[in-house]
Structures are given as C-alpha cells and as structure tokens.
Design a protein around this ligand. Structure first.
Ligand code: FE2
Length: 159
C-alpha cells in the first residue's frame, strides 16, 4: 500500500465520520418532532460535508494530496467513529434521551472536530482542494454557532 492509498483512506474515514454525524442528527430529527426542521437541516449539511470531502480526492488530479501534519492517525479517526457509533446505539436504545443531552453531545462532537482542526490538515496544490478545505472550515464554524444558538433557550430553562 503506498502513501497515497493511506492518505486516501484517511479521507474516506473523514467522510464516514461526517456521514455518521448526519445519521445521528437524522435520528434527532425523528425523535424530537418540534425541532425536526433544525436537525434535518443539520443532517443534510453533514451529508454535504461528506461529499465535499470525497470531492477533495477527486479534485486532486495531480495525485499530490497529503495531510500536512503528522498528528492525524487513522486510529484517532477510528476511535472517533466508534464513539459516534456508540452514541447512535445509545440514542436508539434510550427512548427517554433528553433533548438537552442530545444538544450538548452534538456541540461536543462539532467542537472536538473544530479543535482537532481537521480541515486544516489537507494539503494540496490544487486551488479546488484549497477552496473545499476553506469551505469545510467555515461550515464547521457555522455548525458550532448554529448549535450554540439552538442551545441557548435550553440553558435558560436549565441553567
Ligand atoms: Fe457539523
């Protein structure tokens, strides 16, 4: 397996991670009908992020795609994927899962992604790759602020 293959597998895991977050939000949308619109939109955006990530590889026609820092390991991604998968199982099993907890989990996941600066690790000389990276960074910030705004009334009820 050459380096490119390893790198591209990391991208696949990233995309999978976004898809899983989308799955979780979709479950939220079903469980909490009064907030259905919010979570359905969040879920769709996660699916869009996953396809944006997949597009990075496709845009990398020169095949020079790299992660610019060595801190990213597939084991980190694997444990993050496992964590989200477990959350999905837990959520499905617990029909009394409070919305406040659902929101704080979503914030935790999105902030963790942001703090790990995931979308700043991509490196490539294609303008399209850079454009997608920057867009993903921005989208991540938007998701955190959307969630913070959504969470506000819950803090007021339950400070
Ligand atoms: Fe997100």
């Amino acid at each position: 397996m050459d380096l490119d293959t390893v790198q591209k597998q990391l991208v696949d895991s990233f995309a999978e991670q976004e898809n899983l977050i989308g799955t979780l939000y979709k479950l939220y949308a079903k469980r909490y009908p009064e907030y259905k619109m919010f979570w359905a939109e969040m879920a769709n955006e996660e699916y869009q992020h996953a396809s944006m990530i997949r597009r990075i590889v496709k845009s990398d026609t020169a095949n020079i795609f790299r992660f610019s820092q060595g801190e990213l390991r597939s084991s980190n991604l694997d444990s993050s994927i496992k964590f989200i998968n477990n959350l999905i199982i837990e959520f499905k099993d617990n029909l009394d899962f409070p919305i406040t907890r659902a929101v704080s989990i979503a914030l935790h996941i999105e902030k963790a992604l942001w703090e790990r600066k995931i979308f700043q690790y991509f490196d490539g000389d294609s303008d399209e790759v850079k454009r997608i990276m920057n867009l993903l960074n921005l989208e991540q910030e938007i998701h955190i602020s959307k969630l913070n705004k959504f969470a506000e009334p819950f803090h007021k009820i339950n400070p």
